[in-house]
Write a protein that binds this ligand. Structure first.
Ligand code: PLP
Length: 372
């Protein structure tokens, strides 16, 4: 039996039909998964699907059993990569409640990505409500381990079966959920970064500021090169001058100087506007720290790390939250950052952010959205 709940305001009203799962994962199997979920390899029982077409706009919103999609082989997304996604986490709060962290920011960024990829925007309330509905349906899927969360992956694909090159006329929005432990397999205290000499991630005028699958497809070869050389992640320089540090394949960067100031590369079309990045800028400023959004040259990073002017570097993003960068290597050679392990400010910023996300510290910016 399906139940329908109307949500949203008058002009964005979407009703989510709940389709109960006929055969959810057995409790014992689920418990095993939740004790050691890893990242992105286990999935919950349900998914949200919302359809869009030119005539009807957004319609047919369901929270139903998770399962394969059936797509015509000519489906546009399979050929021209008209696809965007988001990543956010649902947390169990210290008082037992459940919450999302800044889901409105993900909704707004999703629509910015949609505009860049010529896709329809989804009302922000519908995006947040879709995430909420899935967490409520899959509330048994929170990991039982320390630091665990339920990672949500909202995404949109072009579903029209048509090989002409133009924006599709039908789309599907989906949300799936994956219990998550530590992002980095080793749970390493600091990661080692590889400088890509041959590849860039984003060019001016390109799609670097949009969260689209195509950006990731293009980063796989340089990322594989990083792994082949014994490092964890790849760092990209700007495409125009090959001089300025941009970001990692999926995380933004911060640099900490010996006078306590922080620098992070400025947004400007080629960098993904990370919500973790934005949150850390605000939290550092709350602490009275100076944060400058300005370009930082790779050669300065190397020289400053060697002279001791640069004391810490960390990467940030939803999946791994805050991760210290301990070593940087490339065809030029290599250098260590600070002690090679996580620095003081890196640990402090991580702790500050995580304690807000978990409901263990005050939330002065109103970032934690309780679900109930
Ligand atoms: C998603 C992403 C980030 C991090 O964004 P958050 O909102 O902090 O998770 C950084 N860089 C790239 C390329 C990304 O795709």
């Amino acid at each position: 039996m399906a139940t329908t709940m109307a949500t949203g305001t008058a002009d964005t009203a979407l009703s989510f039909t709940r389709l109960p799962h006929p055969a959810p994962v057995p409790g014992a199997t689920r418990a095993e998964v939740l004790a050691d979920p890893g990242f992105g390899k286990a999935f919950s029982d349900h998914m949200v699907v919302i359809e869009w077409d030119e005539g009807r706009g957004w319609h047919d919103a369901t929270v139903g059993p998770r399962g394969p999609l059936t797509l015509d082989p000519a489906t546009a997304v399979l050929h021209y990569a008209q696809e965007i996604f988001e990543g956010l986490k649902a947390y169990r709060l210290s008082d037992g409640g459940m919450a999302l962290f800044r889901p409105e920011a993900n909704a707004a960024r999703f629509n910015a990505s949609a505009r860049r990829l010529a896709m329809p925007e989804l009302p922000e309330e519908a995006f947040v409500e879709a995430c909420r509905q899935l967490v409520l349906a899959d509330r048994e899927w929170f990991p039982t381990i320390e630091g665990g969360s339920l990672y949500l992956r909202p995404f949109m694909i072009a579903t029209e079966a048509f090989l002409g090159v133009r924006p599709a006329r039908s789309f599907k929005f989906l949300v799936i959920a994956s219990p998550a432990g530590n992002y980095f397999k080793s749970g390493a205290p600091a990661v080692s970064i590889w400088l890509s000499a041959d590849y860039t991630r984003a060019a001016p005028g390109g799609t670097g500021a949009a969260k689209c699958g195509g950006n990731y497809a293009a980063s796989l070869v340089p990322q594989a090169e990083a792994i082949a050389n014994g490092h964890d992640q790849v760092v990209f320089l700007d495409a125009a001058e090959r001089k300025w540090i941009e970001e990692l394949g999926g995380m933004n960067l911060f640099f900490v100087f010996d006078d306590g100031t922080l620098v992070t590369p400025p947004l400007g079309g080629t960098i993904l506007p990370g919500i973790t990045r934005d949150s850390l800028i605000a939290l550092a400023r709350d602490e009275g720290l100076t944060v400058r959004e300005e370009r930082y040259a790779f050669d300065d990073w190397k020289a400053d790390a060697q002279s001791g002017k640069l004391v810490e570097t960390f990467a940030c993003g939803t999946a791994a939250v805050v991760t210290a960068v301990g070593k940087v290597a490339g065809h030029f050679g290599e250098f260590a950052v600070g002690s090679g392990g996580p620095g003081q400010l890196t640990q402090k910023m991580r702790q500050k952010l995580v304690s807000i996300q978990r409901g263990e510290a005050a939330d002065p910016h109103g970032w934690v959205k309780r679900l109930g």
